[in-house]
Write a new protein. Structure first.
Length: 296
């Protein structure tokens, strides 16, 4: 079985590497070829375009930044959708909105392609260790065909339902991550403004029901002020925007999410765009951040 992989960013490169480690030959495409170099060799070939890649593979994975990038790769001038063999499986692991996944499923069906939405939960280190969680929206028979491949990259697969249900679950999860991180940052701002030290707050709050468990993994970044990227702040803002779009489409009100996504947008304007999304803490602290972190 030859596998195609399009999108070799922070997550995609690690996922593709894990497929190779299990002996699967890859054909890869990325707009920046240099990101593909570590994958090239006896088990890895680079294709000049998504269309040329599509002609060579039995299963195609995409891991791209946003819906526009996915649509361009699939349906653009050199898009892959018209070049895949009938009954090929296209597995989109990108974080996109459910209505977009359903649109891609309909386009795939027109070309006799089986579409699966399978976004993931997990940061860059988790992807490197093949411990991703896959949220899969697909026909069960199609899921079973790719299950061995997913288990090369992750350790948990949740079949959430039909097409679009995987991306629906991802929307919910990232909404919780984004609002939870911003709420924690604001709480820390208040605590330190009241005279509590950063250490006291961390030691007291982490592990309690008041704080989401994932925040503990961000403590070192916050204390050191080194927001080396695991999940970029700009993509968290994008996912929260897509959650807002999905809410509009379904008649759901998300007042907290809509305010929080704009806070992330302001943080992007403040220079935190490419930092880890936990840098929302530094943005919340503002000019007084360093001074307040220095308190005993």
């Amino acid at each position: 079985m030859k596998i195609g992989f399009i999108g070799l960013g922070i997550m995609g490169c690690r996922m593709a590497t894990n497929l190779q480690k299990h002996g699967y030959p890859l054909v890869v495409f990325n707009r920046t070829r240099t990101k593909a170099e570590p994958l090239l060799g006896p088990c890895g070939a680079f294709s000049d375009s998504p269309a040329k890649l599509a002609q060579q593979v039995d299963v195609l994975f995409t891991m791209l930044a946003h819906p526009d990038a996915v649509e361009e790769a699939a349906l653009g001038e050199n898009g892959f959708l018209g070049s895949l063999k009938p009954n090929t499986l296209w597995v989109d692991c990108s974080s996109v909105n459910p209505s977009f996944s359903k649109k891609m499923a309909a386009e795939s069906a027109r070309h006799e392609i089986h579409f699966i939405d399978a976004p993931v939960t997990g940061s860059a280190p988790v992807a490197a260790e093949a411990r991703l969680i896959f949220w899969v929206g697909a026909d069960r028979a199609d899921l079973e065909k790719i299950r061995p491949l997913l288990l090369c990259m992750g350790n948990k697969i949740v079949h959430t339902g039909g097409c679009g249900m995987g991306t629906s679950m991802k929307m919910v999860i990232n909404l919780l991550l984004g609002t939870g991180m911003a709420a924690f940052a604001e709480a820390m701002e208040l605590g330190q403004g009241l005279g509590l030290s950063q250490k006291m707050l961390f030691d007291s709050l982490l592990g309690t029901p008041a704080v989401a468990p994932f925040v503990a993994s961000k403590r070192e970044k916050i204390e050191s002020g080194n927001y080396e990227v695991e999940f970029p702040l700009r993509w968290m803002q994008k996912d929260m925007q897509l959650a807002s779009v999905s809410a509009y489409e379904t008649g759901v009100a998300l007042p907290i999410t809509n305010v929080t996504k704009e806070v992330y947008r302001l943080a992007m304007r403040g220079g935190h765009e490419t930092a880890d999304f936990s840098a929302i803490y530094e943005f919340a602290m503002g000019d007084n951040g360093k001074e307040k972190k220095a308190q005993p």
